[in-house]
Design a protein around this ligand. Structure first.
Ligand code: SAM
Length: 289
């Protein structure tokens, strides 16, 4: 059934797979209400959709082949003649996405902040299956035990992307990788890095068949993090929860427990910083300027 609130206009523009364009001025509009609900994890889980703010990130998503369902753009910026915005609208329509030309009030309501970006995309999320993860010699992936902080997870996804690591496995009760704060912190890497979710038991079962090495990071680790050979086979870096570190079963599943030496008063590094240090060490041989 065609949606009467979203009349088709794409055909008028002669585009191959046209989406629909609609103007919305009121934050009370039901389409806006639906999009706003994506701030809540429950609604993201139910719909499989998530929000992406800003033209660059929306373009990253389109270029990475992710499904854009709805594009919300600033009507004022469009009328102001923003060329890049006009191009993104055309691409979104050609992709079959619905386009909402929105008032400043509507954009502020969706972004839940003043001075929001001129474009917000509603994308369909993608998660990869654990059993599909295969790592070749020299490959590196990261597994995170119960990561709780969206900024940490976003920063880690960005670092994983930056070093050419293959995937991030989220073990147990982790923050949603598609939370707006996480997506923001990834700076577009959400579209580049396969994300896998697994319960601890599933991960441990998978680990049984994994032929590479698992290098766990632990404050009680006795091995310097620069000691393991990261080039012989595949490596999975296992990182602990921000407060509790690695669970005992996960720590016991590691081939090695390494520590990053520290000086000064801090008793540990921030999780995202520690992951960055590990990633750049494990991928050192593969990175050149
Ligand atoms: N109180 C926690 C503990 O004792 O494990 C601190 C957790 S730390 C903030 C979060 C995670 O970052 C750790 O579980 C570990 O994976 C990693 N990490 C932080 N500093 C580290 C270090 N110096 N060496 C190895 N791993 C570190």
């Amino acid at each position: 059934m065609p949606d009467p609130t979203f009349p088709r206009r794409g055909d008028d523009r002669g585009l191959a797979a046209p989406g629909r364009i609609k103007e919305i001025a009121s934050a009370a509009n039901p389409i806006v209400k639906d999009i706003r609900q994506l701030a809540q994890k429950r609604h993201r889980e139910e719909t499989g959709l998530f929000l992406v703010e800003g033209l660059k990130l929306v373009l990253d998503g389109l270029e990475s082949g992710w499904e854009l369902k709805t594009l919300v753009v600033s009507k004022a910026a469009l009328q102001g003649g923003s060329e890049v915005l006009t191009r993104v609208v055309s691409r979104a329509v050609a992709h079959g996405a619905d386009v909402v030309e929105a008032s400043a009030k509507v954009l502020e309501a969706i972004a839940r902040r003043d001075n929001p970006q001129s474009a917000i995309g509603v994308f369909r999320r993608q998660l990869a299956p654990l059993k599909g993860l295969t790592l070749a010699a020299g490959d590196v992936a990261v597994a995170l035990d119960r990561v709780r902080d969206p900024g940490n997870l976003g920063t880690i996804l960005r670092s994983v992307d930056a070093v050419g690591a293959k995937a991030v496995i989220l073990i147990g009760d982790c923050v949603d990788p598609f939370a707006i704060e996480t997506v923001r912190a990834t700076m577009g890497s959400i579209f580049a890095v396969p994300v896998i979710r697994a319960k601890e038991g599933e991960f441990l079962a998978w680990r049984g068949g994994f032929s590479g090495q698992i290098v766990g990071t632990h404050m009680a680790g006795t091995v310097d993090y620069r000691t393991p050979d990261y080039h012989v086979g595949a490596t999975l870096l296992l990182m602990g929860n921000e407060q509790a570190g690695l669970s005992d079963p996960l720590a016991q599943s590691c081939d090695r427990l390494v520590r990053i030496p520290q000086m000064g008063r801090a008793d540990s590094l921030n999780l995202a910083v520690a992951t960055g240090v590990m990633l750049f060490e494990a991928r050192r041989g593969a990175l050149t300027l």
